[in-house]
Design a protein around this ligand. Structure first.
Ligand code: HEC
Ligand code: HEC
Ligand code: HEC
Ligand code: HEC
Ligand code: HEC
Length: 270
């Protein structure tokens, strides 16, 4: 029953999760790495059925494509051949337990590039439930099909957790505090992210004015690292730690932003 719920939640969420991301994909790096990728070239030409065709487009606008991550990195198969059957060897539909994108296999598949996140996820009760009975959420439950969707909005995060943790129909014990905490985490992460974007823009402006900002560039990197650690810890559901790291990142980021305002525009802190 929960499995069904999982799937439904996932489908409903896809729209939500991808909506806010607003990223444009035009990196030449991805283009270059993928220029001979037969999975992508053939799938780009598939017009029917609609759902299959759309999977290609989900990938096409994803950060993964930008970064040159081809279909085979997640699905397996051979991207060098234009022969469908040869290419599809070892490619299975995600509901097949042999598939690299089956929910239970996903952590291993993503681990290749997201080691720290997966190590953290493995510590969570979600992973234990997933391994034991396929009941916990997996990476794609929260990150969508091409696995590049990111929860942007606190309300979305709460709704995501509430699908399993605050059910009216009582599939799982109601835990209203879980969606509440998730909302708080996403707000803390998002605030820190906001100040990083601000500081980053000030750095750009300063560099255009040819001000020496070596020190500030270094500091911004460390603010980013703190936030990235918060995101990693989130996967182990260590809420207190996430909050602390996100707030550390915000505090450091705020001091940096004020210093930059001073240096670039001679504005007092504020
Ligand atoms: C020459 C065209 C072609 C190539 C090359 C190709 N595919 Fe496909 N793929 C298709 C078609 C057509 C389908 C629809 C189902 C079918 O006809 O087998 C499909 C279906 C799929 C599915 C859905 C599986 C399912 O059972 O619903 C996945 C996943 C997939 N391809 C991934 C890949 C990957 C990964 C590669 C490269 C390693 C690849 N494809 C290469 C044409 C291609
Ligand atoms: C970063 C990992 C990743 C990449 C890259 C990726 N996919 Fe997927 N794909 C997934 C995941 C995870 C699922 C299953 C998630 C779900 O729908 O619940 C999936 C599902 C699919 C499906 C639906 C059938 C099924 O097995 O559920 C198709 C078709 C598909 N992908 C095609 C492609 C094609 C074609 C490419 C390249 C153009 C590609 N994917 C690239 C992760 C990826
Ligand atoms: C071949 C390497 C590779 C694989 C495999 C891979 N990713 Fe990624 N992923 C990347 C890169 C590179 C980035 C962009 C740089 C970064 O933020 O790490 C990225 C970014 C992301 C992001 C951040 C998106 C954003 O908009 O900020 C998420 C979420 C993500 N990946 C999830 C997954 C999941 C889930 C899987 C497994 C289904 C997966 N990735 C598989 C390389 C990979
Ligand atoms: C219960 C929901 C949930 C699950 C399950 C989940 N994630 Fe995440 N993930 C998030 C949230 C929320 C964030 C932080 C959102 C943001 O970046 O604003 C995040 C962030 C990330 C990032 C970006 C980290 C960064 O430094 O920018 C990656 C990569 C990622 N997740 C990969 C994974 C992988 C791989 C799995 C499976 C092993 C997974 N996630 C499972 C919710 C989830
Ligand atoms: C697909 C269903 C599903 C989704 C979605 C989901 N969870 Fe869970 N979660 C579970 C299951 C199953 C358990 C194990 C509960 C148990 O056995 O008591 C669990 C356990 C937990 C626990 C440990 C509970 C405890 O007893 O302390 C926390 C914390 C948690 N989830 C947080 C979250 C957060 C935060 C989100 C949203 C970002 C979320 N979950 C989304 C299914 C889900």
């Amino acid at each position: 029953m929960i499995k069904r719920l999982c799937l439904l939640s996932f489908i409903a969420l896809l729209g939500l999760l991808t909506a806010g991301s607003g990223r444009s994909s035009s990196s030449s790096r991805g283009q270059e790495v993928l220029s001979n990728n037969q999975c992508a070239s053939c799938h780009a030409r598939i017009a029917n059925p609609l759902s299959l065709s759309n999977k290609y487009y989900e990938w096409h606008v994803s950060l993964h494509r930008d970064q040159g991550v081809g279909c085979e990195r997640c699905h397996g198969g051979d991207p060098r051949t234009a022969d469908k059957n040869k290419a599809h060897q070892q490619v299975f539909i995600s509901t097949d337990p042999r598939s690299k994108v089956h929910p239970v296999q996903l952590p291993d598949t993503c681990k290749e590039c997201h080691g720290a996140v997966v190590e953290s996820f493995v510590e969570s009760m979600h992973y234990q439930k997933l391994k034991a009975s396929n009941l916990g959420p997996s990476c794609s439950t929260c990150h969508g099909h091409m696995a590049s969707a990111v929860v942007q909005d606190a309300g979305e995060a709460a709704a995501l957790c509430a699908r399993c943790h605050n059910t009216v129909n009582g599939l799982m014990p109601a835990r209203p505090e879980i969606p509440e905490r998730a909302k708080e985490m996403v707000e803390a992460i998002s605030r820190a992210n906001g100040v990083i974007v601000w500081a980053d823009r000030l750095l750009d402006a300063g560099q255009q004015k040819q001000i020496d900002l070596t020190e500030e560039t270094k500091d911004l990197k460390s603010v980013r690292t703190a936030l990235s650690e918060a995101k990693v810890d989130w996967h182990a559901l260590k809420f207190d730690l996430v909050r602390k790291k996100a707030d550390d990142s915000f505090d450091q980021g705020t001091r940096l932003k004020d210093r930059l305002l001073q240096k670039v525009y001679r504005q007092p802190a504020g």
